[in-house]
Design a protein around this ligand. Sequence first.
Ligand code: BGC
Length: 684
Amino acid sequence: MTDCEIAALVARILKEATLEEKVAMMSGHGFLSQIQESGGRMGAHPYRAGGGCERLGIPAFYFTDGPRGVVRGSGACFPCTMARGATFDRDLERRVGEVMGIEARAGGCNLSGAVCVNLLRHPAWGRAQETYGEDPYHLGEMGAALAVGIQTHNVVATAKHFALNSIENARFKVDVRVDPRTLREVYLPHFKRILDAGCASVMSAYNKVNGEYCGHNRGLLTDILRGEWGFEGFVHSDWLLGVYHPYAAAAGLDVENPEPINFGQRLVDAVRSGAIEPQVIDTACGRILTTLYRFAAAEDPLDAYTPEMVACDAHRAIALEAALKSAVLLKNDRVLPLDRNAIRRIAVAGRLASLRNTGDRGSSQVFPPYVITAIDGLKEYLGVEKVVLAGDENDPALAATAASEADAAIVVVGYTAADEGEYIPGDMSGGDAQSGQRPRRAIGGDRDDLGLPAEEIALIRAVASSNSRTVVVVVSGSAVSMTEWIDAAPAVLQTFYSGMEGGRALAKLLFGDESPSGKLPFTVPVSPADLPPFDKNADTIEYGPYQGYTLMEKTGRTPGFAFGFGLSYSSFRYRALRVRRTQNGIEAQVSITNVGNVEADEIAQLYVGFPGHAVDRPKKLLRGFERVRLKPGETRTIRFSVTLDALRYYDPVTREWRLEPGTHVISAGGSSREEDLIRREVVL
Ligand code: BGC
């Protein structure tokens, strides 16, 4: 079907369908009974989430989460989104998206909730693991790659949670106050980038923005999304508590999920009573149906999407690649890589070493066929006899004794779903008095502490003091404050929640089959005072223009670890940065040489600064990144183009994006630290 044919078909449906039928297409149906039936197990069914009319033969959307793999069925479990943010690898992320598209289709779904791109404003955010990091440019690039990959297989990707959803416990009530400039320059540009790349759906957030729930927020859903950006796809709500009134339809919400609570009879009544114009219903249905038919009519790249494709070898290989590319080496006092031939025995300590710890237990929980833990991975790599379980936090002295008798020690520390994750209130999955099934207890939430628990710090200290070849492996969804113990640790590798192949990747990284190459997609603070204010129970909170590295640089503080930082087993030299002004913006090129001894990937970053500008701007902003693989001695020249649009600021008075003429500093290098960058000026 061509676009014209689809338009004609949609127009015909809108004429033929009754008001009740149209309104029924504006909500999900069946989730509550299905989730009850599956005992609270998400993804046991495809969830009907808009469209669908049996009498007129109209197909429906069927939804599945989520960010770290397809929740429906038993899919491939990737490293969490934050880990994949650390890969800075658009091509890999697009391939991850393709796997999600294929597995969603194999599970009977055509709408995916995988593209979560809320900006990490504070590392305590419980769902930090579901997003890519703190920088809008990076979020937009990675999210666009994922959406394009998913949609390759004619599954509609939904960008969520629109918008400013980055406090978990208070998500159902918090009112986030933000000025128009901060909103457009910091909290929304990544959504626009992803929608411009073709992502065809948006999920509204639970929270309020400037006094109005996001699901009812005309400013966000109509004025910005449709008016300023020209978005043609449809918007659906977040689950259950995202809509409070049928008026949401008039504000620009097309689908209430997962059930017709406000958009069922209440919406029909509102139209009949004249409170809502019938045109609102036709517009919403038009968007839903046009998107549905565009995707349904497009040719599939594959002949069929079958159950054997789910978590197949090719998909596991991508999960392994993502785990290899995402680990960030933060410290290495000549400990890593370990020499396989010199290791007769390795001691592994920490409760998390043998835990299937792939992340939170909220809507993004994936149910893969297996998970390779750190212990599993090391045993597979070295042989069972060489791996000694040295004990855990309960007895650091015992672990230290075991470590003293080994050639190297690995301590796995960090968090689990008990410490951070999506906050699911206890009553959400129901409970059934008759059958005796108890309502589920509340789970997840924001972190209370940015550091490690005292017993994990004690374990690190004990093991590191008895074995000078100790490597601390940190598992988390975002920044962990390391100030208290980092001096005691000879090497630190942050692996995040590394997915079903995580342990296998860990062994390969520790023994140098592959060099760590991930870079931090966020700033690690020295102290919580370096961060914007955070209150997990906030009723109201103000989001200002600075967070992460822009805040650190504005206030002149030195981070514990800078945005974009990550060590390698090799090292890289940047030189010959050239910058040229073109009609549309700036072109830059820089040469990178691998000056170390091993082949490795490097993530080159490009920042733009605005010295002496009259308008207040961050000291610098990320505007380009590329991952390159270099053999020892090899040099490659990387090119970046930055459009003029990417340099503009938003003027709230004229409501225009403006370019301030003058000097712009272009810097390139391996992290955001000033000492890692070389720079050139260009006058625009
Ligand atoms: C989450 C969404 C998710 C939805 C459906 C909500 O609680 O906030 O991210 O897509 O549930 O599972």
